[in-house]
Design a binder for this molecule. Structure first.
Ligand code: NAD
Length: 477
């Protein structure tokens, strides 16, 4: 279904994010028939460029990142919608020209794909030059602040010029197919919700493992670390969707109110429930410190922790979280591990079998439920775990092009004016309010992250974090 006619201005339209995600994502929505004929995409950035140069850059980006359905004809028709205007966020030139390109009475979206230090300047100039009207909205990228103080400051400056319902804070994890499917499975079925609590769930594991190192982002990453880069935002959002109470309606504030309650119910994490790590080098890859060119860096490239949501539903159920770089495999998943059946009628030989609901974000987005069944054949009553596939068939299609990328889905939500999958300002602040004391404490202690081997599952203490509780991490594969 096509969305309403719109104009999308991408500030930072020549940057890495625009080329890798935003422009190819828009192209794919165009190919899917979702973009009305007169939609307009305007790149805006510093530096001289005309429409044809920007179209050439966009075409290169589409051919590199646009997936498999890139036909010459589709590219040509898409590029007719693409324009460029030179604008300096900190200066006053170019704004009047940009304003002329925006017809009245249509949806206007301004995507801030620039450094957060420019957000305030952009918001101010959008108002000052009269570009923002009643149908305007702004999209802002992560990182949303470095701590509670800076996140508050960012919120205040944006709120000066835009209302909360005009601000779309992107966390692309929320745009993933399976993350939304998680809500459908939880709240669309009778089967799961009655069991979705401390009485039946033993624990929850959230893993976001990467095989890459910090790469070219070293100078940024070293000021951030895994806690700020992954836990405070992406993993927090996943935890919220797992732990939240059913909202009364699938509407932006109803959903976000429930997520906020989860963040506020999180206990502080004691030091012995938190492990920080840093990858060592091997013959092929440099160590973290070599990557960031600081031999004494104490920034973590890995973090594991045990969190508790202190409310009636989750009292006593640990949420184990781990994320890191240069780990064994690229895997993001949430596992809801149910308790053992109260009594085994099959005897000790049957072994231990548990129901585990696995929500896999990558690779191969999907959702499975391990169910205990009888091993087929004449071998007697032997039990085995078999996965039940809970994924809509299309999403499992080997043609990955069919599954919309998180960015394209979220951009279309911006155009439709649906904020459900975007973070509200108070959510972001609450998440920082939880991570800040952990970070402050290890900084005050002068904590040195533990080394771990490239290709491992993190430092030894991360394994111990669960072993101590008589539990085991799922394999990273
Ligand atoms: P980039 O450095 O590749 O591009 C920056 C863009 O901003 C360029 O188009 C540049 O011309 C423009 N710009 C810089 N100063 C400007 C000014 N004064 N006025 C107008 N335009 C100006 O950055 P990027 O990697 O595309 O990242 C953009 C934003 O998105 C950052 O906030 C980043 O943290 C965030 N982000 C990026 C990624 C990613 O994968 N690249 C992922 C998540 C979030």
């Amino acid at each position: 279904i096509p969305v309403d006619p719109f104009d999308l201005v991408i500030f930072g339209g020549t940057g890495d994010l625009a080329r890798r995600k935003i422009l190819p994502g828009l192209f794919r929505r165009f190919v899917a028939g979702q973009m009305p004929d007169d939609a307009q995409i305007i790149g805006a950035a510093r530096g001289d460029m005309d429409d044809s140069e920007y179209r050439a850059m966009t075409e290169d980006a589409i051919r590199e990142f646009g997936g498999r359905k890139v036909s010459d004809d589709a590219v040509a028709r898409f590029l007719e919608r693409v324009h460029f205007t030179t604008v300096d966020a900190m200066g006053d030139e170019g704004w009047a020209k940009l304003a002329e390109k925006l017809p009245p009475g249509r949806v206007r979206a301004f995507y801030f794909s620039v450094a957060p230090s420019l957000f305030g300047a952009l918001a101010e100039r959008l108002r000052h030059f009269g570009l923002a009207d009643a149908a305007s909205r702004i999209v802002v990228e992560k990182p949303f602040g470095h701590d509670l103080h800076s996140a508050r400051a960012l919120n205040r400056v944006l709120e000066e010029y835009f209302a909360e319902d005009e601000i779309y804070r992107i966390d692309h994890y929320l745009g993933k197919e399976t993350v939304q499917n998680l809500m459908a499975v939880r709240f669309g079925n009778m089967l799961f919700e009655p069991l979705w609590n401390a009485q039946y769930v033993d624990h929850i594991q959230i893993t976001v493992a990467e095989t890459v190192g910090v790469g070219g982002r070293g100078s940024y990453y070293d000021k951030s670390g895994a806690m700020r880069d992954m836990v405070q935002n992406h993993i927090m959002q996943l935890l919220c969707l797992i732990a939240m109470e059913p909202p009364a309606r699938f509407e932006p504030d109803a959903v976000r109110d429930e997520k906020l309650k989860v963040i506020r119910a999180l206990d502080p994490v004691p030091a012995h429930h938190l492990v920080r790590g840093q990858y060592s080098g091997n013959g092929t890859h440099p160590s973290y410190c070599d990557d960031v060119e600081d031999p004494r860096s104490r920034t973590e490239s890995f973090v594991a922790l045990r969190a508790h949501v202190s409310n009636w539903r989750w009292a006593g159920t640990p949420f184990y979280i781990r994320t890191g770089k240069r780990l064994r495999a690229r895997t993001s998943e949430i596992a809801v591990v149910f308790k053992d059946a109260p009594h085994s009628i099959f005897g000790a030989d049957a072994g231990r079998h548990r129901n585990v609901l696995v929500i896999r974000l990558q690779p191969n987005e999907g959702m499975t439920l391990d169910v205990t069944i009888k091993e087929p054949g004449p071998g007697g009553m032997r039990l085995m775990d078999a996965p039940l596939d809970l994924t809509f068939a299309d999403a499992m299609s080997p043609d990955a092009d069919e599954v919309p990328d998180a960015y394209e889905r979220l951009i279309m939500d911006v155009i439709r004016g649906n904020q459900t999958l975007f973070m509200r300002g108070d959510e972001v602040e609450a998440a920082w309010a939880w991570t800040d004391p952990l970070i402050d404490e290890w900084e005050a202690r002068g904590d040195v992250p533990q080394p771990y081997d490239i290709g491992a599952a993190g430092p030894e203490d991360a394994l111990m974090l669960m072993h101590r509780d008589g539990r085991k991490w799922r394999e990273i594969r």
